[in-house]
Design a protein around this ligand. Structure first.
Ligand SMILES: [Zn+2]
Length: 356
């Protein structure tokens, strides 16, 4: 059982907080409310993050708009094996991304004592010390990048992670729902190199198998897959097969367990099954948390994990199942922190006077 020691701090590899504000809480089970309030049933807010010792949140910039296109709805239904009530499509991706980035900046302006944007190594340290909850800005799909050089503009706006795909193919790579898995394109290879050079963490969530293998073959730095589970326990295209885990392990990357797409039961014990499966087969250095809170649209958070304050209960279950306290620390934040620190070495201000 948990000792009297406080439970570890948490780094969450994926939340959609800006989507919640940009969409007006559309498709979520709770309404719109100011972020400083402890609002019942909301996945997270400042009081809940403080209570559960959340240090850093990979904060998604979701550059898609809702649609009821039957073609796209049907594609998502196939991909998730759940009837999709609606779908999203990459549209006005640059403007939409800016709107999302503005939400994070606005939240920090409203709550300067509690929130910050992670821009430097010092910011990482401050968040690890729980001085401020750090938003690590993360593009969800590279649809807004009209060419590889655009990544630096987003980097200068604060972006520190890039998920190459959402569920649609783009000019850089194939998605997990592609009908033709072409992997990484030539431009995609350039994008991976540029991300490595800038220290922008590459995220393979929603990527196809060949995209995973191609990126893992050329990335100089470890990658993440921020929010996915194992296909062995839930066989859908969005989840990962054993070969992908094996290759991510060789790359010293990490995978965040998503609080959805879990198995026959969508509850805290089934998520513990997912974690035990990956831990037992691929070891303690690959495991991390990527809740997808605020992004579990038209669905429910798993039973027992209704909001971020329930995560310590997951740690207790895992201790009972045989994980060591040091393993729980790796899951909660240490593996994710290792990836952040390896990239933060490269973070600097880029201006025209330097190499552009
Ligand atoms: Zn996602």
């Amino acid at each position: 059982m948990m000792s009297t020691k406080p439970f570890p701090i948490i780094i969450d590899l994926h939340e959609d907080i800006s989507y919640y504000y940009v969409s007006g809480a559309s498709g979520l089970e709770f309404g719109l409310e100011e972020f400083g309030k402890d609002m019942p049933a909301r996945h997270g807010d400042i009081p809940k993050f403080r209570k559960s010792r959340v240090a850093i949140i990979f904060s998604s910039i979701f550059c898609l708009l809702s649609t009821i296109s039957p073609r796209i709805t049907e594609q998502l239904t196939r991909g998730y094996s759940v009837k999709a009530a609606r779908a999203w499509v990459p549209r006005a991706t640059h403007s939409t991304s800016l709107e999302h980035i503005k939400v994070y900046y606005r939240l920090v302006e409203l709550h300067p004592r509690d929130l910050s944007i992670i821009l430097t190594r010092e910011d990482v340290q401050r968040s690890i010390n729980l001085e401020k909850i750090g938003f690590l800005l993360a593009l969800e799909g590279a649809y807004m990048l009209e060419d590889v050089d655009d990544l630096k503009l987003y980097y200068n706006m604060g972006v520190r992670s890039i998920q190459l795909m959402w569920n649609f193919d783009n000019r850089y790579a194939a998605s997990c729902m592609s009908s033709k898995d072409y992997g990484l394109t030539g431009e995609g290879e350039e994008l991976v190199k540029e991300a490595n050079r800038l220290g922008v963490i590459i995220d393979l969530a929603h990527a196809s198998k060949n995209t995973h293998l191609d990126v893992l073959n050329i990335s100089r730095l470890p990658v993440i897959n921020s929010h996915s589970n194992a296909r062995r326990l839930k066989d859908i295209p969005r989840n990962l097969d054993d070969e992908i885990y094996e290759e991510i392990k060789k790359n010293k990357g990490v995978v965040g367990f998503i609080f959805g797409m879990i198995g026959d039961n969508e509850d805290i014990n089934s998520l513990a099954d997912q974690i035990m499966y990956v831990y037992q087969n691929f070891g303690p250095d690959i495991i991390a948390i990527g809740t997808d809170y605020f992004g579990l649209i038209d669905g429910k958070a798993p039973k027992g994990l209704e909001d971020v304050t329930k995560i310590p209960k997951l740690f207790e279950i895992l201790l009972d199942r045989g994980l060591k306290e040091t393993d729980i620390e790796k899951l909660a934040y240490k593996n994710a922190l290792r990836i952040i620190e390896e990239h933060a070495k490269y973070w600097r201000i880029h201006t025209h006077s330097q190499e552009w």
